[in-house]
Design a protein around this ligand. Structure first.
Ligand code: AMP
Length: 187
């Protein structure tokens, strides 16, 4: 199965993506994780991404798109994947279409995890304390929410019009949400 998982910052997207990928036995591909790994290793890609991530802005498409294209071309993604955090802009939707057309493997489903904004901000502030992520200060969290609403929320309509969209309520315990996701995906 080739699945895109989307949802506002703090909706539990990353955690759920890992669980669903495990269950479906496909790789979990997170652009945020790839950026963070590059940042930790001090690669040029990591250095480029750093200032955007720390400000809660999106990393420019020319950096992000080529990174995703090469990751999706790796052999472990041939049998399916959970794409977590990409696409995030309408332009990235077009890029993903091109990448997948080139590989001859269209998307199966796009899942939007929905969440209540107040609860999500509380969750993110909590995560900031536990994990010390540089992009989890209150100001940056609010910026990330706005950027999501402006640039990523419109994708819901695009995928809905293609008949690919599933909406799953992200509120409740981690296990409850995982169960809902697997049911929605028929897994
Ligand atoms: P995430 O772990 O998915 O919340 O991503 C963390 C940060 O990485 C985001 O706030 C962006 O700065 C950057 N990022 C991740 N995915 C993308 C993407 N598809 N396009 C642009 N920037 C991204």
């Amino acid at each position: 199965m080739r699945i895109v998982l989307m949802g506002p910052p703090g909706a539990g997207k990353g955690t759920q993506a890992i669980k669903v990928a495990e269950k479906l036995q496909v790789p979990h591909i997170s652009t945020g994780e790839i950026f963070r790994a590059n940042l930790a290793d001090g690669t040029p890609l990591g250095l480029e991404a750093k200032r955007y991530m720390e400000a809660g802005e999106y990393v420019p498409d020319e950096v992000t798109n080529s990174m995703v294209a090469s990751r999706l071309a790796e052999s472990d993604a041939a049998g399916g994947f959970i794409l977590d955090g990409y696409p995030r802009t309408v332009a990235q939707v077009g890029e993903l279409d091109t990448i997948l057309a080139g590989l001859g493997t269209p998307l199966d489903k796009v899942v939007e995890i929905t969440a209540n904004t107040d609860e999500v901000v509380a969750r993110l502030l909590n995560r900031a304390q536990e994990q010390g992520r540089a992009d989890d200060t209150e100001e940056v969290i609010r910026r990330r929410m706005d950027v999501y609403a402006e640039q990523t929320e419109p994708l819901v309509r695009v995928y809905s019009e293609r008949g690919l969209l599933l909406k799953v309520d992200g509120m409740g315990s981690m296990d409850e949400v995982t169960a809902r996701l697997l049911t929605a995906l028929g897994a």
